[in-house]
Unconditional design. Sequence first.
Length: 150
Amino acid sequence: MITPQSQIGERPEFSAAEQRIFDSMTVLLDRAGLGYQGRFVEVNSQRIHYLDYGSGPPVLLLHGGGAGSAIWFRQIATLAESHRVIAPDHPVFRLSSQDAYEAPIVDSIFRYLTGFMDALGLDGVDVGGCRWERKRPCRWRSTARNVLIG
């Protein structure tokens, strides 16, 4: 199930743990001079939290393992000057649903990302991603109108 565009929602009531996550997220966003601009959407029966800033051509920023959407606070501040910047918390991360991915994981991630893009009405996006490596903490991959997995 994908939430219709007209039903994309504001912040729900948080549990105590979610409130602590929200508080730490807003600290990072404040460091970049960004007020919290998060929303929630349902994708495949999962609540997905995402940050949404700016206007213009869309850029989708995808965090790696162990992080969340606010990891992009500096990039969001710069990119939002000329783009719509969207950074979701993937399922099982931060303020999104804590339901585990189904096997095979690549198919599950593909369904989540395409469902998320459909829910937001994104037909084509530039994508920035992060993966952690010992010597180079973030490596960018960018593509137009495609989501690369793996």
